[in-house]
Design a binder for this molecule. Structure first.
Ligand SMILES: C[S@@+](CC[C@H](N)C(=O)[O-])C[C@H]1O[C@@H](n2cnc3c(N)ncnc32)[C@H](O)[C@@H]1O
Length: 214
C-alpha cells in the first residue's frame, strides 16, 4: 500500500535519515554486518537505507524494490555514485521475481541477506511477504527487519496522519511467531522499542520450515 503525502514527507526528511542510523546500529548489534553480501532490500523508499546497507553493512550489491515509482526515481538520484552495485526496480515485495524480472533477480535462494526498513506493515498480505523473503534467501542467509507493530498503528496519531491497511496488522509477538513458519529462526536476536510500537531483529534462514522440523 502506497504512503500518503504526510508519510512520504516524513520518510524523506532528515529526521528519518537520523533515525535510520540508530536502526542500523541496533540491527548490526543484533545480527552483525554483511561484508561482500548480495542483498535484496524491500520497500527501499528514497534509497537512504540502500546507501547504509552498502556503506555500513558492507554489502557488495543491492537489488532494491519499491511499489512507488516516485520513490524509485528518488532512490535512483541518491544512489548515482553506487552505479554497478545497485539495481532498482518498481514492483511489489510480494513477488520479487516479477519485480526484478528486467535483470533476472529474485530467484530462489539468490540473496545472502534481505533488509526490511519499515515496509511489511504496509503490505496487506504480510505473511506472503515473509514467505517471499524466505524464498529468496540462501540457507544461512539473514533477514534484517525493522517494523511498525499493530500497537503503533492503532494510536490515534498514526490513524489520523497515515494510511495503512486497516485489517490484520501484526503485534511484535505475531510477527516473531510467523518467522519460523517460513524457516526463519530469530532466537533472541530481536528488540522492541517505545513500549512495543517498533520491532527490530535479525532472523536466519534455516533451510527448513517449522512444519518440516516438527
Ligand atoms: C514507511 S516507508 C519506508 C521507506 C524506507 N524503507 C525507509 O525506511 O525510510 C514504506 C515504503 O514501502 C513501500 N511499499 C509499500 N508497499 C510495498 C510493496 N508491496 N512492495 C514494495 N514496496 C512497498 C512504500 O512505497 C514506501 O516507500
Amino acid at each position: 500500500m502506497l504512503m500518503n503525502r504526510i508519510e512520504t514527507a516524513l520518510v524523506t526528511s532528515p529526521p528519518r535519515r537520523w533515525l535510520q542510523h540508530y536502526e542500523v546500529h541496533l540491527l548490526t548489534r543484533l545480527g552483525g554486518r554483511t561484508p561482500g553480501a548480495r542483498v535484496a532490500e524491500i520497500g527501499c523508499g528514497s534509497g537512504y537505507g540502500t546507501k547504509l546497507i552498502l556503506d555500513k553493512f558492507g554489502a557488495a550489491g543491492v537489488d532494491a524494490v519499491d511499489l512507488d515509482p516516485a520513490m524509485i526515481t528518488r532512490a535512483d538520484r541518491r544512489l548515482q555514485r553506487y552505479s554497478g552495485r545497485v539495481r532498482l526496480a518498481q514492483g511489489s515485495a510480494t513477488d520479487l521475481r516479477a519485480a526484478f524480472s528486467t535483470f533476472g533477480g529474485g530467484t530462489d535462494a539468490s540473496y545472502d541477506a534481505v533488509f526490511d526498513f519499515a515496509i511489511i506493515h504496509h503490505i496487506p498480505d504480510w505473511r506472503g511477504a515473509l514467505a517471499e523473503v524466505a524464498r529468496v534467501l540462501t540457507p544461512g542467509g539473514r533477514f534484517f527487519f525493522d517494523e511498525v507493530t499493530a500497537a503503533a498503528l492503532a494510536r490515534p496519531s498514526y490513524r489520523r496522519l497515515f494510511d495503512h491497511p486497516g485489517k490484520d496488522r501484526f503485534t511484535a509477538g505475531e510477527f516473531l511467531a510467523e518467522l519460523p513458519r517460513h524457516g526463519l529462526q530469530v532466537g533472541d536476536r530481536w528488540a522492541t522499542r517505545v513500549g512495543g510500537d517498533y520491532l527490530l531483529g535479525v532472523a536466519t534462514k534455516s533451510g527448513r520450515t517449522e512444519k518440516e522440523t516438527t
